[in-house]
Design a protein around this ligand. Structure first.
Ligand SMILES: NC(=O)c1ccc[n+]([C@@H]2O[C@H](COP(=O)([O-])OP(=O)(O)OC[C@H]3O[C@@H](n4cnc5c(N)ncnc54)[C@H](O)[C@@H]3O)[C@@H](O)[C@H]2O)c1
Length: 313
């Protein structure tokens, strides 16, 4: 049977590339992109698009009925750095959009949901190195609190209402097709843009702040792999740890210098340093490896190569 997919928040950093990938796989007319705003020309021209506010249950329900949607990818959210500035707006968007989609699952109006969590679910008391799936969490940011609550609700809806919801705790994502949307790991994208346009970059984190990161192609591959896994292979219904690579701004600058020897980096930590300090520096994703055969392909060197190649144009 033909399945129809809806992506909510399709114009963002992940949504844009997820839309292209799902359209390539399932056919452009079977994947409806939606967002509260319009996206890049490429995205807008690649298939059906609808303006949708994810917090508007009636509009969402209507769109799902109209397109006979069976799978929803909910990518709309307010990210870590912006959420610290607008706590209540972040909480309302991140939670209400999730409840809307989970309730449509409970009502059996959709069959399958993808909702992303984040390494922000961890906090200052979490073991920092190789952070395991199950450990102390206690997130200290608005964004992290919303993601941890979201994970609890996903598991609850799976257990109580048999809602097929699947989730990944994404690390910081590096990509070139769109700019990142206000997260604490945005430096790892900005650095490449500035290296090419100005030959230098002032990093908002300290040089030795290691964080878990991933190249976008790996994140998209993991997302689709998890969504296609057999039901009984998906043993974790809160959210899976997922690892790609881990590095510091200094290591990243060195990798840029290998390609652009005159590149200069300076460090001017701001409020995002405290957020980064509360997060793990590396992640153990053994459950994703065992349950649905996860394996990352991109390391830092390959990421730098692909980013610079594509941004040079
Ligand atoms: N990018 C990362 O590094 C990263 C890491 C961990 C988790 N995540 C999670 O992945 C998801 C997508 O992240 P992203 O980086 O693509 O974010 P983004 O900020 O780039 O994109 C979010 C999109 O949601 C849209 N949006 C905002 N409010 C909306 C509303 N009310 N209705 C509909 N759309 C709305 C925005 O216009 C934007 O296009 C989020 O849940 C985020 O928390 C991202």
């Amino acid at each position: 049977m033909q399945k129809y997919i809806l992506i909510i928040g399709a114009c963002g950093q992940i949504g844009t590339e997820l839309t292209f990938a799902l359209r390539e796989k399932y056919g452009k007319d079977n994947v409806v992109a939606s967002d509260i705003r319009e996206g890049t020309d490429n995205l807008m021209q690649s298939g059906p698009f609808e303006i949708l506010d994810a917090t508007d249950y009636d509009a969402l329900e209507e769109l799902i009925a109209y397109y006979e949607i069976s799978e929803v990818y909910l990518m709309a959210a307010m990210l870590s750095a912006t959420a610290e500035k607008f706590p209540m707006r972040a909480w309302n968007l991140n939670m209400n959009s999730l409840f809307n989609v989970l309730n449509l699952g409970k009502e059996k109006k959709i069959d399958k949901i993808f909702w992303p969590s984040s390494i922000a679910v961890f906090g200052p008391n979490t073991p920092k190195e190789n952070t395991p799936q199950n450990t102390i969490m206690e997130p200290s940011t608005v964004y992290g609190i919303s993601k941890q609550s979201g994970e609890r609700w996903c598991e609850y809806y799976f257990n109580k209402y048999d809602v097929d919801v699947r989730s990944i705790r994404y690390p910081g994502l590096i990509s070139w097709k769109t700019m990142p949307g206000g997260g604490t790991t945005d430096y790892a994208v900005e650095i490449y843009h500035k290296a090419l346009s100005e030959g230098s970059y002032a990093c908002f984190l300290k040089k030795d702040t290691a964080l878990p990161m991933m190249f976008m192609d790996d994140a998209i591959k993991a997302t689709i792999q998890l969504m296609e896994a057999d039901d009984d292979a998906v043993k974790i219904r809160s959210s899976y740890n997922l690892a790609g690579m881990s590095f510091t701004p200094k290591e990243m600058a060195e990798s840029v210098k290998k390609q652009l020897p005159s590149f200069q980096i300076s460090y001017a930590p701001d409020f995002r340093q405290a957020i980064a300090d509360s997060w793990p520096s590396s992640i153990d994703d053994v459950e994703a490896q065992q349950d649905w055969n996860w394996k990352a392909e991109f390391n830092l060197e390959r990421t730098t190569q692909v980013m610079l190649e594509n941004l040079k144009g």
